[in-house]
Design a protein around this ligand. Structure first.
Ligand code: SF4
Ligand code: SF4
Length: 179
């Protein structure tokens, strides 16, 4: 009996509240800061890619949604500091469950997740995102790879001293004055 009145109480209390209408997609409400949205492959401050093609993210994925093929950097065509880079990188959003285990597995902090949540389409192929779609945009001061290492001579320089070197190189972009 008490539940009966309790139920009507909820109905009556909501009858006079203002109706909430979201004008999506015209209004694009932002997701919570830690929302697990579309992935992003990040860059070093000079534009080189952080991904080293190690496939750890693919092995960590419980949904088998990631496909990676590593490639060798050469002095003529360098995409990341060190030996290897992610030559082919795909995430299948038909499979991804947004768990974030791939992000945790990534040793270089290359892989992170953005707040972008519009992951729907009218065909299956377009939901397999390619490396080009997942790469972070080039920010001011960054250069589209392939190009030589601007922030140091090896990976250590990029990962240990990278942030400091980036600040100095932003003031003067020549490598000699950075070191
Ligand atoms: S978020 Fe989870 S399911 Fe999606 S690609 Fe990463 S590990 Fe796989
Ligand atoms: S995103 Fe990270 S874990 Fe995945 S292949 Fe690249 S470096 Fe390895």
């Amino acid at each position: 009996m008490f539940d009966f009145f309790k139920g009507f109480g909820v109905t009556f209390s909501t009858m006079f509240k203002k109706v909430v209408t979201e004008e999506y997609p015209e209004d694009f409400p932002p997701a919570a800061p830690r929302y697990h949205g579309r992935h992003q492959l990040n860059r070093h401050p000079d534009g080189l890619e952080k991904c080293v093609g190690c496939e750890l993210c693919a092995w960590a994925c419980p949904a088998d949604a990631i496909y990676v093929e590593g490639g060798d950097n050469t002095e003529e065509a360098r995409y990341s500091p060190g030996e290897r880079y992610g030559a082919i990188y795909q995430i299948n959003y038909l499979r991804c469950i947004g768990c974030g285990l791939c992000v945790e597995a990534c040793p270089t902090r290359s892989l992170t997740m953005t707040n972008f949540y519009e992951l729907a389409d009218d065909n299956r192929q377009d939901l397999i995102y390619t490396k080009e779609q997942l790469m972070a945009p080039l920010l001011p001061g960054m250069e589209q790879p392939p190009h030589p290492m601007r922030l140091g001579d090896d990976e250590q320089d990029y990962y240990v001293q990278g942030p400091t070197l980036a600040k100095v190189s932003a003031q003067d972009p020549t490598k000699e004055q950075v070191r």
